[in-house]
Design a protein around this ligand. Structure first.
Ligand code: GLN
Ligand code: ZN
Length: 743
């Protein structure tokens, strides 16, 4: 009979207990003992959930006080020099200093860098290596957790990140592979200790096997796993996920490991080749339950697909979720506000465990076929790409820019902001009262209008050239649109860890998306009625709405994206008709959906860019379309950004020391239309000096022609207060005036 297991379970707790405890501990409201107790409780609940669902193994080592990669950095003694000074007097505080720069004990220090974990919305702390980085093993935490689980009667399978993935994720040396011999020695010791702790299986995660790896890195696998297999007294399960193995598949199946896990959700194409390549002494773990989404799995389809292999392989076939359930919410049972109909289609982590058990039974010989899910839309991604090929504004930028200059008569270096203005405590309070039906919609809307009036008044006094209404009506740039559109559902407790104690609660795309009513028109129209200066309309783009939501699984993402794009196109049309002639369509998450494999980029961009262009395909020549992107690795997506063909792009850039302008102002092309690089970092409460802003503008003018340059701060003003924002913008406007007058 097939066996069941998972690669990891969420650690935030069903009610985000970990977040509450972490934050209370950092503030000094609870002591370390209390925090440790919360962690222990969550771990034992997680293990218990796996055992109760009949999983063959209980995964241990997936818990982290902040981040699993940081766990490894501490385990291997990768602690940069600056953390040695003023070190905290206990290990957990030292860990928090590495994670966030401060802890109840120890000196404050610059925190470790954080970045996205592959293509998920989870962020890990980047290991910081030095040349000749020493590695020392201290696996005390992991060993203690294993012991705890064993004492509770669990058949444990510890999980660790493999040495090559760990090295790949780090920074600070030219070639991290130079560090391999020293690191490998620690892994050998670690595996000895895990075998001593009576772990029959050890799961070693090497998700980089789903990337386009340089030859040197691919070649390293054989030696590494030969060494580890020799050192290990436990069986090794090599786990890959998030992508297809493709050309790495033969390499993976040649390694001297006892089992291999593949992600059959993202890497369905690997399934047959994997079965064929599997050696007689190996097990194959197939990740069939999507670890990154909230929908129930079409178990009938997997029953059908795996039936024959289940018979052949027996207990050498393991079934699992595609990746760690870290990327799924915890327990559907905690959702009290969802309809039964919706709930009947969803599965959070707890429910995914039950699905594994169901599939396991369904794979037993002679079991009737399960009922399959109906197919709802037969269009493929390719159909959408084809449909989008020719939808775009007919006029070239050179024509549009003339018409727009004529209409707007803006000065050189026009000043503006990225959309939001401070969300005051009063505003949050009023929104909460409205949500709890304590005040009427009329009262709520009156309050929003008052906020808008205030925002416009302040911008006029500041003397900005292009105003915004300030986004008072939105709590979140995706949630707001999700709530206005049909086809989304909003959960009460669908939280997923983003980093540390931060969680996100993405809306769920549950059906066909349409726009029953205009979404932003009344706010923009009202704002415009208060001023003679242009007020920018403000929308979240289709790709960002899609990428920051849980997508459907019964249709391609491209189909949903086009549905959103249609709704936004109608909104754009209504804004235009209401006299809003500058419209910003934010796409900060364009990069988020980028497939991990280069070969798949084009197909994604074809529909993603196509959907953006579709939203403004019907606007007048004179209407100016802006887009906005947050700081990102723009290099990889520059072609797509250019292809969006927005008249103006604003980018978050102050924190990058304007380095990224090399990309945007680059000699070989760069960004051909107009561009507004953020000229100061809004994340700091410090108000930028006029002089400093002037210099920055002058620097910018060296690389960007004056006709193309806009002046704006970075994004995120909603997180600041008016006092800071007012002084900073005043300095920005004044600095611009000075620089402008000299042009
Ligand atoms: N218009 C949004 C704002 O100003 C953009 C948010 C973002 O950059 N992610 O808040
Ligand atoms: Zn941004």
């Amino acid at each position: 009979m097939a066996k069941t297991h998972i690669l990891g379970y969420p650690r935030i707790g069903a009610h985000r207990e970990l977040k509450r405890a972490q934050e209370a501990y950092w503030k000094g409201d609870i002591d370390q003992q209390a925090l440790l107790a919360v962690g222990a409780q969550i771990r034992s609940q997680n293990w218990q959930a796996q055992q109760a669902a009949g999983l063959a193994l209980t995964t241990v080592g997936d818990f982290a006080w902040y981040d699993q990669v940081l766990n490894h950095s501490l385990m291997f003694g990768v602690i940069p020099e600056r953390f040695q000074n003023g070190a905290a007097d206990n290990r957990l505080d030292q860990y928090f200093r590495l994670a966030r720069g401060r802890a109840p004990s120890g000196e404050p220090v610059a925190a470790s860098a954080m970045t996205k974990w592959f293509d998920t919305n989870y962020h890990y702390l980047v290991p910081e290596f030095s040349e000749d980085q020493p590695f020392t093993l201290d696996a005390e935490w992991l060993l203690a957790e294993i012991k705890d689980a064993q004492s509770l009667g669990h058949n444990v399978k510890p999980v660790i990140i493999g040495p090559l993935t760990y090295l790949w994720l780090g920074r600070g040396v030219d070639n991290a592979l130079d560090l391999l011999p020293a690191l490998l020695a620690c892994y050998e010791q670690l595996l000895v200790q895990l075998a001593d702790a009576a772990a029959q299986w050890v799961q070693v995660d090497e998700p980089i096997l789903g990337l386009d790896l340089p030859a040197q890195w691919r070649d390293a696998f054989a030696l590494v796993y030969k060494t580890l297999a020799k050192a290990s007294g436990s069986k090794l399960l090599l786990a890959t996920y998030f992508s297809t193995l493709r050309e790495n598949l033969p390499l993976v199946f040649d390694l001297p490991v006892d089992g291999i896990h593949i992600d059959a959700v993202r890497g369905g194409e690997d399934l047959q080749p994997a079965f064929e390549a599997l050696r007689g002494d190996q097990i194959l773990s197939v990740g069939v339950i999507n670890g990154r989404n909230v929908w129930k799995t079409d178990l009938a389809q997997w029953q059908q697909a795996l039936k024959k292999e289940a018979e052949v392989l027996g207990d050498r076939l393991w079934i699992s979720a595609s990746c760690s359930l870290l990327h799924s919410p915890v327990d559907l049972e905690t959702e009290t506000g969802l309809s039964e109909e919706h709930k009947s289609k969803l599965a959070y982590s707890r429910q995914k465990l039950d699905e594994l058990q169901k599939l396991q039974s369904a794979l037993e010989p002679g079991v009737e076929p399960l009922a399959a899910f109906p197919q709802t839309d037969s269009r493929s991604e390719a159909d959408i790409r084809q449909q989008l090929e020719s939808t775009w504004r007919p006029q070239k930028f050179s024509e549009r820019v003339e018409a727009q200059r004529e209409r707007w008569q803006l000065p050189l270096l026009p000043t503006t902001t990225i959309g939001s203005f401070p969300q005051t405590d009063v505003l949050r309070q009023v929104r909460k009262q409205f949500r709890n039906s304590e005040i009427s919609q009329q009262d709520y809307h009156d309050h929003l209008r008052a906020e808008i009036t205030e925002a416009i008044r302040r911008q006029e006094i500041l003397g900005l050239d292009v105003l915004v209404h300030g986004e008072a009506e939105r709590n979140d740039m995706v949630e707001y649109f999700g709530e206005q559109l049909d086809g989304f559902i909003h959960t009460g407790n669908g939280w997923v860890q983003s980093y540390g104690s931060r969680c996100v609660k993405p809306p769920i795309i549950a059906g066909d998306i349409s726009r029953p009513n205009a979404m932003t028109v009344q706010w923009s129209e009202y704002a415009q009625s208060l001023s003679k200066r242009p007020v920018k309309g403000m929308l979240t783009g289709p790709v960002t709405i899609l990428n920051w939501s849980f997508p459907r699984e019964d249709i391609p993402r491209a189909v949903s994206c086009l549905q959103i794009a249609k709704a936004l196109r109608d909104e754009v049309r209504d804004l235009e008709a209401a006299g809003i002639g500058i419209i910003q369509i934010d796409e900060p998450a364009l990069r988020e959906g980028l497939p991990l494999r280069q070969a798949d980029h084009k197909a994604y961009f074809d529909w993603a860019v196509g959907c953006f262009r579709y939203t403004c395909s019907e606007v007048n020549t004179q209407t100016q379309i802006h887009t906005h992107m947050c700081y990102s690795n723009f290099n990889a997506i520059m072609d797509a950004i250019v292809a969006l063909d927005a008249d103006v792009i604003t980018i978050e850039s102050a924190r990058s020391d304007l380095r990224l302008l090399d990309v945007f102002a680059g000699e070989n092309g760069g960004y051909p239309n107009e561009i507004g690089p953020g000229i100061y970092d809004i994340h700091s409460p410090n108000v930028p000096e006029r002089e400093e802003l002037k210099e920055r503008l002058q620097q910018l003018l060296e690389v960007i022609p004056k006709e193309k340059l806009w002046v704006n701060p970075d994004c995120g003003l909603k997180t600041r207060n008016w006092a800071e924002v007012g002084s900073a913008l005043l300095n920005m406007v004044e600095a611009t005036r000075t620089v402008r007058s000299a042009l």
